[in-house]
Structure formats: C-alpha cells, structure tokens
Design a protein around this ligand. Sequence first.
Ligand code: M6R
Length: 582
Amino acid sequence: MCGIIAYKGERNASEIVVQGLKKLEYRGYDSWGVAIKNKDILLRKEVGKITDFNEELPKSSLAIAHTRWATHGGVTKENAHPHFSCNKEVVIIHNGIVDNFQELKQKLSKDHKFVSETDTEIIAHLIESYLERGYEEAIFEAVKRIEGRYAILVIFRDSNKLIAARKGSPMIVGVEDGGYFIASDIPAFLGYTNKVMYIDDNEMVVIDDGIKFFNLDSRQEVQKRLIEIDWKTEEAEKEGYEHFMIKEIMEQKETIRKAINQDENKLLFIANKINNAFGTYLVGCGTAGKVCQTGEYFFSKIAGKHINFAFASEFTNYHRFLTKGGLMLTVSQSGETADVLEAIEVAKKKEVEVISLLNVFGSSMMRQSDFSFMINAGPEKAVASTKATTSQLALLMLLAYACANKLDEGKKLLIDTASKVNDMLNPRYEEHIRKLAEKIYNSENIYIIGRGANYPMALESAIKIQEVSYIHAEGFAAGELKHGPIALISEKTPCITLVANDENKKDILSNAMEVKARGGYIIGISPENNIIFDYWIKVPDVSDASPIVNIIPVQILAYHLAVLRGLDPDKPRNLAKSVTVK
Ligand code: M6R
C-alpha cells in the first residue's frame, strides 16, 4: 500500500518524482505529496489522485514523494505525506504501520507538536530528537524504537543526503549514471533504468556522493550487487489501451505460455519435495488465495495428492499442524502481501520449507522463500489481478503434472491452452461480452456458480466483479445453492455458470436449471451452448485446464461492467495493488 519514490542526481528530481508517483498510483490514491530540496524544503500535498496534476514544480536535484492509502488518520492534506519534524529539519515519507505509535506519541508529545493524525509523523519527530548524533545515527536510533513494518525515505533541511530504511515493506534502488532512484516498485523508474540494487529487510541506504548500505542492527556497511532486470518499459505502460486492466487481460495471449516456460529439472526437484513432504499447505490472499484453492483440485485430480489450502490471513490458526518436513507453497503476484509474509514467518519457525510462485523478482517473498518460481507475467499494474491469475493457475497445474510424473503431458495441455487463449482473445469476443455487460450493468446482484476446480473460480469471479464494478457478486459451489442461497434468486437475477467438459458437467447444468426455474438469467461460460443458457460465452475445451479459460471472460465482463458504470477499473475505491499491512 502507498507508493513511494525518491530521486537524487543530475536530472530534475521534482519532475521525476511526480511522474514516478503517476506510475505508482495503483498502490494508493487517496492523497499525495512531494518534498523538494533546494535551499529550503518545499512541501506540496493534495487530497485525491495525482493523475491530472500538471503544474511545474521548482527544479531540484533531490526530491521524495508519496501516494497514500490511508491507515492512520483520515484522508486530509494534513495527513498526506511527507511530514516535517517540529523544527522542519527532517522530512519523511513512510509506507507501513508503526504498531507502537500511541506509546511513542505519548512519550514525544512533551517536547514535540504534532500536526497530523498519522503514525508516520512520529518517525520525523523521533529522528529529530536524535539529530545531534548525526544523520545516520539519528535514523539508527529512531528505527530501533519503531515496532511494525516500514519503508521510510528521509531528507534533511541542512544536508543533501537521501536516507532510506526498510523492514517488511518493499523498497528498491534504481541506478543510472549520474543518479539514484529509490521506490516501492520498479515501474516507478523503469523508464530511466533497469539496473537495480535490492534493499534487504533491516537495512539502511545512504545516498550522498555515492551509495552505501548498512545493517540496521550491527550498523556495519553491507556490500551490494547491481542486478539487471528484464522488464521492459512498454510492459508498464498502457500502450494505447484505455486502462491497464484490459491491456493486462489481453496480454494473456502471451503470458500463459511464458508462465510454463520453466526449468524442468527445477520443476521435478520441487515436485519431488512435494511428493515426499510431511504435509503441504497452499497459502495466498484474495485472488492468489483462490488460485491456491484451485490448486487443491489440480493436485488432487492430476497427482492424487491431498494438499491443504489456507488463506494467509488465517494461517496462524493452523500452525499447530505444521511440522518439520512439511512444505508451504505460497502464491503471490507482488511478493509483498503482509499476511503471506507473516504466514512464511510462522512456517519458518516450524522449520517448514517455503516455495513461492511470484511475479515480482527480488520481492520480500522471494528473498524469504527457500525456492521460488517466477510466473513471468511482466508488471501487473491494475489493482484487479488478471494475467497473473492465469499464469499462477498454469504454473500450479504444471507442478501438479510434475508431481504425477507426467510433465510432458501437462506441458502439451498447457501449450494447447495458451494457443487457444490466443485465438479466443480477439475484438469480436470482447464485443460479445461487452454486449452482455450492457444487459446486466444495472443489476443489484450477480451470482456465479461452479463445481470442482471451477468452484474457486466462481469465488474469484465474484472478487473480480465486486472490486471493479462495485456490484454485489457472490460465488457458490453450485451444489450448495439448494441448501440456502437459492432463496436469493428472483426474476432476471444474473447467474454466471462456469461449465467444463468434465465429470461435473451434468450436475452443474442441473444446478443452472434449478436457478432458471426460479426466474434466474443464466449466463453460460462453456465450450458448448445449451438450451438452458440465456446468454452463451464460448470458451475452448481444454479439459482439466478449464479454470484458466473460464475466468478470462469474467475478467472481461467485470472490466466492461466497471466502464459502463462510469468507474475507473484500474483504481477501485478503498483498494491498493499490494496489501502490505495486516
Ligand atoms: O500480490 P498478491 O498476489 O499477494 O495479492 C493478493 C491479493 O491482495 C490480490 O490478489 C487482490 O485480491 C486483488 N486485488 C484481486 O484482484
């Protein structure tokens, strides 16, 4: 949550951080602010999105900026970052949460005057209170007293240093000749450089004439490597599409194929671990959680393996079942989701090995896992996950095939699926779904039903529709409808039915019939048309890979529902792309 960016170097820092914030807005967009260092420090803060801000700010070689997703304190100019200390010597921006902020505020309030309700402002005052020990020492002392997760960027009235420190919240350094960038995400500076240095947890970075890294506990210098990442600038731009969401949906023509392009030896090595593990948990949140839940079905059907699924936010409640020799498979696009990181901590304490499926290289999860696979989907910027979802599904499925010692069979099926998705994603297909959106965008409720591996996809369909269109949507295991939820069906209630050509087909069609008999409007997503369907969206027949193709039309539908309702699907209210708070 919250996007942060800083620049120090030969370019115009004010322009770089404002443009960088625009690229980071998917991380939070209720307010924003910039601090520009010249002789004095100029602060500019606004409530709302930065998208339309076009003013020219004073030129500078050093600036920090922040786009906020409110946690402590309402959405006001006062609470927007950056925050000054009392004497205006220290300016700070922060991503994360200071857990002991009340206690610290109480202690500091004797000598310091607070102007915001945020936990962040406390860090500025705390640093100020140690400033006579020097800039670096003041930060070492301040962070020692902070409990919680943070990524902070600090500049000073009387120095040209840029200092950053992190624990549990993402932050990375971009390096080019003549300048340094520090940001919560790579796309913020990808237009300038793809050379990066990772800041590990518990580290501080000092940029002055050069760059130095320190461990926050030992205060000793740490050496870093320069790494080149293979994301391209175009991948992080809209490229002619109106929104990132539809661009990323269309990118699924390519991304499924990229996800399964993995080192076979590594797949077999991990499959062997899963086959011999003393219990395996699939752990994720939100959409990635639904992918994990689908994974349960994949492993059961393809490899005959019982693997448990748990939402990361609930995982601490399962810790009793973890034993040495167990495994945890985490799925996360960002690799920064706080709930998943906490689940990993729990696993590590029990000496359980962690394998992660990730999209962001160098993320916290990658660094904390014993092994990780990249899904290679490229930057996903829309808050609603789309291309990462199908890539995660494809890779989990491939792992299940590897566990069954049928890797070639799995690869063949998934290559065929990728090619059929490529054919399916054409303008006519999108238009057919847009027409459906026109029929139902005023609905109060939309229900989605599925069976087997398409049951978690029904749940995921509901998330997609809810988060971007704000229509009340709910997914059900189709067989459960008659045990209660069928009471919700009335005349013309849209009910999306996810059908696969598998052992569940007959039953799911009967369930759809039961809904139709009560007046429901049946939208069939299926390889074949059926007399029950009021509206049919054709998907290719890809046997066990059906969750991958069935979710795509729902993504397109959710997108068009949002657009028809006048909403910005890339920036749904109350949400942020990576959820770095618990
Ligand atoms: O980065 P992660 O995959 O760990 O994120 C998990 C969820 O926060 C994420 O999938 C969320 O549910 C999306 N907004 C769904 O579209």
